[in-house]
Design a protein around this ligand. Structure first.
Ligand SMILES: Nc1ncnc2c1ncn2[C@@H]1O[C@H](COP(=O)(O)OP(=O)(O)OP(=O)(O)O)[C@@H](O)[C@H]1O
Ligand SMILES: [Mg+2]
Length: 255
C-alpha cells in the first residue's frame, strides 16, 4: 500500500486549473520535492492534501484512509501536517508557548478541567512543556525558548513553524517553501534540519524553489506546470528531463 496516494486530483479557481488530474504516490520514509514555476499549483496540492481547500474531484488516501472529505484537524490527527508558505508569527507568545500550542491537538484535558486547574490539567500542561522543550532542543533552538516569537531572526521563525508542526506529531510532514528568503547559511541549516527530521522516521514532502536544496535532499522530485504533473523521477533524471528544462530554462530565456 502507498503511504500517501493521490489519484486524479483536480481543483480549479474560476477558469484557472490550479491542479489538473494529478496522480502521485509518496512512500513511507522518503523525502520528496514538488517543484515548478510560480502559480504551478504546488501550494494548492498541499491545500488539497491537508483539507485546507476541497478538491473538485479525485482522492487522497493516507495509509489507506480516504481523507478528501475530512476536516484539517482530522487529517492532522491521522498524521499529515503542513507548514504554510507565509510564515505565521504568534505575536506575543514566547517560542516555547508557540510550540506548546502546536501540541493542543493531543490535549486530552477538557475545558472544564483546565478552568478548574485540576491536577490532570496541570500534569498535561507540564507534559506539553517538556514535549515542546524536547522539540526545541531537537531544532537547536532551546536557548531561544523565552524569546518573543517576533524577535526571532527570520531563519529561526521558519524553523519555529516547523517546530510547531512537529508538536502535532506528524507521520507525513509537508513543508511549503521552508528555505524561501533564506541566506546560504540558513538554507544549509534548514537542509540539515530536514534530514534530521527524516531520520526520526517522519516522511517529508517539500515544496521549494531552492534547486540546490531540492536536488541535494530529495529521493524523488515531482514537477508541476500549469496545474499538471509533467515529470517525476530521481533528481538526476529530473535535471536532464527536456520538459523540465523547457519549463525552467526555455521560458526564462524567452522572458
Ligand atoms: N484561493 C485561491 N483563489 C483563487 N485562485 C487561487 C487560489 N489559490 C491558488 N489560486 C490560483 O491557482 C494557481 C496555483 O496557485 P498555487 O498557489 O497553488 O501555486 P504555487 O505553485 O504554490 O506558486 P508559488 O510558487 O508562487 O507559491 C495560481 O494561478 C493561483 O493564482
Ligand atoms: Mg506556493
Amino acid at each position: 500500500m502507498d503511504f500517501l496516494k493521490i489519484s486524479n486530483l483536480s481543483k480549479s479557481y474560476g477558469g484557472v486549473d490550479a491542479n489538473s488530474d494529478i496522480s502521485l504516490s509518496i512512500q513511507e520514509g522518503e523525502i520528496v520535492s514538488i517543484i515548478g514555476p510560480n502559480g504551478a499549483g504546488k501550494t494548492t496540492l498541499f491545500d488539497l492534501i491537508t483539507g485546507v481547500t476541497r478538491a473538485d474531484s479525485g482522492s487522497v488516501r493516507f495509509q489507506g484512509t480516504e481523507m478528501s472529505h475530512l476536516p484539517t484537524s482530522d487529517i492532522a490527527q491521522l498524521g499529515v501536517v503542513r507548514t504554510f508558505q507565509q510564515t505565521k508569527i504568534f505575536r506575543d507568545l514566547t517560542v516555547l508557548e508557540a510550540v506548546m500550542i502546536g501540541n493542543h491537538l493531543h490535549d486530552h484535558t477538557t475545558l472544564w478541567q483546565s478552568l478548574l486547574a485540576t491536577s490532570a490539567a496541570r500534569e498535561q500542561r507540564e507534559k506539553k512543556r517538556e514535549n515542546a522543550l524536547e522539540i526545541l532542543e531537537f531544532m537547536g533552538m532551546a536557548d531561544k525558548q523565552d524569546l518573543i516569537t517576533q524577535n526571532l531572526p527570520y531563519g529561526e521563525q521558519k524553523l519555529l513553524n516547523i517546530a510547531i508542526a512537529l508538536a502535532v506529531e506528524p507521520k507525513l510532514l509537508l513543508l511549503d517553501e521552508p528555505a524561501a528568503g533564506m541566506n546560504p547559511m540558513e538554507s544549509l541549516r534548514m537542509l540539515g534540519t530536514i534530514r534530521k527530521i527524516q531520520e526520526t522516521g517522519i516522511t517529508v514532502g517539500l515544496v521549494e524553489h531552492n534547486m540546490r536544496l531540492v536536488m541535494n535532499i530529495s529521493e524523488r522530485v515531482f514537477v508541476l506546470d500549469y496545474g499538471e504533473l509533467i515529470a517525476e523521477g530521481k533528481p538526476e533524471d529530473i535535471r536532464a528531463n527536456p520538459k523540465v528544462i523547457e519549463v525552467y530554462l526555455g521560458r526564462q530565456a524567452s522572458a
